[in-house]
Ligand binder design. Structure first.
Ligand SMILES: NC(=O)c1ccc[n+]([C@@H]2O[C@H](COP(=O)([O-])OP(=O)(O)OC[C@H]3O[C@@H](n4cnc5c(N)ncnc54)[C@H](OP(=O)(O)O)[C@@H]3O)[C@@H](O)[C@H]2O)c1
Length: 337
């Protein structure tokens, strides 16, 4: 049996180039031994953090090696088993990256049986009931510590993480202002997610739009993007505001970090905090987060949008959608075709 996998051919300078930075290679799948399983990928989650893994240098996780398979979490089917823990036909989440098959030892910590409720799509285990959902829940409750009636700004507000944060804030009685990159996404945030306001940073001046809503009025900022959008938001923070730095996608493709305003004086005068966080440090809270999110979806209190694309060969092309504002909802690839 042949495996196919997408490997990192070279480290990108700036925005990844599909032709020169990725390579699809094929190799034999080895036979499984006692205690092992062979899994076949069904769906691959594509996430912004993968761009960071393409860079060398220090980060919170090791980079993908040149020639190494691109990192990522998948939904896979067990197609052969010599394990007492997994049977043929079991569906699992596994961090096996951008590839079709993998042999795994049964106690590999990155595999787990999928326990998504039967009435919800299995792909939710890569999104709202997986890493992005946990990030939204834990970033919102643990880092921002919201109070009813407060105002929150969420950037990348229609995306996998942002759309959940904004809806959690509405559920908790907060006023929500979203920032997105298209009018289609503005309409979605206002009409489907019930955000109070939403602005398109490509056609509107975020600094002046926020200025029209009041002075020093933003109690919480859930920052998914960084860059100039965050510079504009921070001009309007309230006394004792909290900013959760979740992501900086606006600068992930910058070869050198761009210089922006120095925010320390704003934080000082507004006696405000800014805290970065990585979801993996909240593993002890995962169960609680997933249980809340699962209940709220089933009760119709939260809606969730997926952007499912087809084709193993199209993985790099789809990955780039994250950086071109082209994904609309949680980006997933159905790799069975
Ligand atoms: N800290 C953690 O543990 C953790 C965990 C998961 C995710 N994250 C971070 O959370 C953020 C959102 O991730 P996600 O999975 O929910 O992705 P997503 O929002 O579903 O997709 C990425 C979105 O980012 C926006 N974007 C892309 N380039 C941009 C730019 N130059 N300026 C402004 N916006 C830009 C686009 O939305 P628009 O069309 O609205 O521009 C794009 O659709 C990312 O920064 C990610 O790295 C962090």
């Amino acid at each position: 049996m042949k495996n196919e996998k997408w490997v990192l051919k070279q480290r990108p300078m700036g925005k990844p180039n599909i032709e020169s930075d990725f390579e699809k290679i094929s190799e034999e799948v080895r036979k499984i031994e006692y205690g092992e399983i062979l899994v076949e990928t069904q769906y691959l989650s594509l996430d912004p953090y993968m761009r960071g893994r393409m860079n060398a240098g220090p980060s919170y996780a090791s980079p993908v090696e040149i020639g190494g398979v691109m990192e990522g979490e998948v939904i896979a089917k067990v197609i052969e088993s010599k394990s007492r823990l997994y049977q043929k036909g079991d569906m699992v989440n596994a961090k096996i990256g951008w590839q079709k098959y993998e042999v795994l030892y049964e106690n590999e910590p990155s595999i787990s049986k999928i326990n998504t409720p039967k009435d919800l799509p299995i792909t939710y285990s890569l999104g709202i009931l997986g890493m992005p959902g946990r990030t939204a829940h834990l970033g919102y409750f643990e880092i921002l510590k919201p109070k009813p009636g407060e105002t929150i700004v969420v950037s990348a507000a229609s995306g996998a993480v942002g759309s959940i944060v904004g809806q959690l804030a509405k559920l908790m009685g907060c006023r929500v202002i979203g920032i997105v990159g298209s009018d289609k996404k503005v309409n979605y945030c206002k009409n489907e997610l019930n955000f109070d306001y939403c602005f398109n940073y490509n056609t509107q001046d975020i600094d002046s739009e926020l200025g029209k809503l009041g002075e020093n009025f933003i109690n919480m900022y859930f920052d998914n993007v960084g860059g100039e959008i965050s510079d504009a938001v921070l001009n309007h923070i309230a006394l004792f505001s909290r900013t959760a730095v979740c992501g900086q996608i606006a600068i992930y493709n910058s070869p050198t970090p761009p210089m922006g305003p120095r925010v320390a004086r704003t934080l000082l005068t507004k006696q405000s905090t800014m805290q970065g966080f990585i979801v993996f440090n909240f593993a002890h809270k995962y169960e609680e987060a997933i249980s809340d999110l699962s209940n709220w979806i089933k009760e119709g209190k939260i809606v969730y949008k997926e952007d499912i694309n087809e084709g193993f060969n199209n993985i790099p092309l789809n990955f780039m959608k994250l950086f071109e504002s082209e994904n609309f909802g949680k980006l997933v690839v159905d790799v069975r075709s």
